[in-house]
Design a protein around this ligand. Sequence first.
Ligand code: BES
Ligand code: ZN
Length: 615
Amino acid sequence: MKLLHNCALAWIIGLLAAPLSFAQDPHSFSNPQQVLVRHLDLSLTADFKQRQLIGSATLDIERQVDDVEELVLDTRGLQVGLVETSDGQGWVPASFRLGEPDPVLGRALHIALPAVSRQVRINYASSPESTGLQWLEGRQTAGGRHPYLYSQAQAIHARSFIPLQDSPQVRVTFNATIFTPPALRAVMSAGNDPQAPRNGVYQFNMPQPIPSYLIALAVGDLDFKAMGERTGVYAEAAVLQAAAAEFEDTEAMLEQVEVMYGAYRWDRYDLLILPPSFPWGGMENPRLSFITPTVIAGDKSLVGLIAHELAHSWSGNTVTNATWQDTWLNEGFTTYLTYRILEAVYGRERADMERLLGYQSLLGDLADLPLPDQRLVPDLIGRDPDAGFTEIPYEKGALLVTELEQAVGREAFDAFLRQYFDQFAFRSLRTEEFVEFLEATLVARFPDKVTLGRLGEWLHEPGLPANVAVPTSPSFALVDEVRAQWLAGQLTVAQLDTSDWTVHQWLHFLNGMPARLSPAQMRALDARFQLTQSSNNEVAHSWLLLAIRNDYAPAWDRLRSYLVQVGRRKLIVPLYKAMLETDAGRARATGIFAAARPGYQAVAVSTVDNLFRAE
Ligand code: BES
Ligand code: ZN
């Protein structure tokens, strides 16, 4: 019954799943305008010895024009074996060729298509260096015994473990059979069964069509704990209880978004806790967000991350950016939704502090980034789309969305968002298409309040437009006052009353310090507040940044262990960058990176490599 239901659902959604129109995706070789992949069937063995996924991908294809002679897929570092096509009756070998490797895009795989073919099967193996996979040894995991594999497909890394049309305009449903060592459990961005016996074979079905960057797999010594009716956590036993306690509000968050923006369309919402090398804070893989363990702080202070990944179930996974130049449609709306969720679950004060922290990081990026990269819709042609992930699509995007909300009022704006998610559900959207939608809705209804001129400025000009409403927070104003008094010598550290400060206030306190503090000031702060030993990874990050800038030697051991332990880009990159500003720092950074590098995921390795090269 459930299966029948899923099939019917898949069929109905499948009809709607095409994008509005295909744009040329500058980050894909594929030709969906001519022949479109609709469904994917994976059969893969996770070979931990060889560090390879080995097996086959079977693609159901649909011709968009009559005279198509080839299917072009994206690959990177794949070893391609036998390729076959089928007309639905039987399989025949197909001729294929791999194009020249491109450093950003990988290699096109051209497969000749007989006129009657409806399916293509590619036998292949991923490379041990696959940029989308990380193979960890037991000692790099929380349990210390069993190996762990996880994938990270966004932006264009799916092609490094599956040959497919790797463009967010193309959505597929999928089935998968994953073979693992018998002690381990496999989970995917699909229906997961926590009761599935650990027997080395796992079956998955994803009935809703999703873009390739949301296809995800992890294999490890994973247990499950329910948090609510529709929410739960997969994690290694050593972190399972702590994670379930930290993220226990996930169900309430889910309920709140449904109240604001309509029903959750993806059945369950579970979390997977990754090892600390996971290069991102979180990744919104449908039904199963991938989450860094660095946000398990013990006090729910960093659960904004969960709100963010959950919000992507609407903005991102239901309505998707068509190309990586339209990322702000995913991340800007999601950042706005994140603050709305925090406000609904924890109140206005918490939300405003996080809004202001976000705005401050945006100012940091605006000070650093070249002008063209400050546009909401950047030019990423010929560039690695991972480079577009600055605070611009996130926080500048959220400021634009907030401005629209404030122009028309919350009630009208929430209704607009609901309509947006309904109208474009399971579709991929370009910025121009969003602008047309806005024109037909809010601009038509509120012509004095929402104008295309202002919108164009937001989308295509660097910096921020004039008169942007800046977030404010009384809790931060208080911190500013205390910090100023301490810096002016009017208060000693002993007189700083921080007893009821939140983690966000601490972050604001540290981030707002002047470029230089004296050794005595650094020592005094550390002695009173044990900042070098802070167990909150964000606070530790802000403190270590100050330590580097002020040459505060007592923090060096912690700096090293932090950078060897944590592989999350956002936490490590600013620390390396700061070290590279001085000769002594460069020597320290070189030593630490040599020790840390083997534990980092490919994307983090290449980001840090580039920093060393750039200086
Ligand atoms: N989708 C992103 C992560 C991502 C971005 C992966 C670009 C690959 C390429 C995810 O939703 C995200 O934005 N994560 C942030 C969370 C933060 C803004 C709360 C992160 O990882 O820091
Ligand atoms: Zn995001």
